[in-house]
Design a protein around this ligand. Structure first.
Ligand code: SAM
Length: 222
């Protein structure tokens, strides 16, 4: 076993399983995806600390525990179709590709998307489709989704994303900007026009920039 593989095992045990994540598929997937591949070489030694790390363009790869928490809340299964908004480094998409049938992921920064695509190709994640664009409006052409995960803080859960959930589908979204007590919310589409909401706790994500997110200057988009 390599040093990275050992560090990965330790991280999953100490920071994820021991903190209460029980979903075996999530734990297993996180034991297999090499997070060191998703950060630049100078940061690889920190890849298995439970913290976000910079990935360029002012963005971050999310903290592993939060990725696990979101994936468990999304209740991904082997037949599931999932949308991620904010591909970033591609790490969470790679983890999801080990659990769900099909993963769609959107990233607004072309340079990050290009790097993420290269990593996903290297790892053979053939069930992931990545595109560059504004994910705050979702991906209507391939909706509905069993789960939608938003990896950036929105002013409110984007209505377009609610509408792109299948009945019974789960939307996991940080709400609020990180300076003002951002909360992770789980929204379940219980019926055609019926949604149930749950608060999963405080988080700190970069802002969702887009038509149904914040404007570039951090203000709420009109
Ligand atoms: N899931 C990522 C990973 O595993 O590395 C981490 C994502 S990072 C915390 C949030 C990402 O959301 C950033 O890369 C940012 O550029 C992207 N983002 C912000 N607003 C977006 C939008 N409207 N559409 C798509 N991506 C967006």
């Amino acid at each position: 076993m390599t040093d990275f593989a050992r560090a990965r095992e330790r991280m999953v045990d100490a920071h994820i399983a021991r903190r209460g994540v029980r979903d075996r598929a999530v734990l297993e997937a996180m034991r297999t995806v090499p997070r060191e591949m998703f950060v630049e070489p100078s940061l690889r030694e920190f890849a298995y600390e439970d913290s976000p790390l910079p990935i360029g363009q002012g963005q971050t790869i999310s903290q592993p525990y939060i990725v696990a928490l979101m994936l468990e809340a999304a209740e991904l299964g082997p037949g599931g179709r999932v949308l991620e908004v904010g591909a970033g480094s591609g790490y969470a998409a790679a983890v999801m590709s080990r659990i769900a049938a099909r993963v769609y992921t959107i990233e607004r920064h072309a340079a990050l998307a290009e790097e993420a695509q290269r990593r996903l190709d290297t790892l053979g994640c053939g069930n992931v489709e990545l595109r560059v664009g504004d994910g705050s409006c979702g991906w209507p052409e391939v909706a509905p989704f069993d789960a939608i995960l938003v990896a950036a803080g929105a002013p409110e859960p984007p209505p377009a994303l609610r509408r792109q959930l299948a009945i019974g589908g789960r939307l996991i979204v940080p709400v609020g900007d990180d300076g003002f007590g951002q909360r992770l919310r789980k929204i379940v589409r219980a019926g055609e026009h019926e949604y149930e909401e749950e608060d999963l706790g405080g988080v700190a994500f970069v802002p969702l920039i887009g038509e149904q997110g914040y404007a570039e200057d951090g203000r709420r988009a009109a």
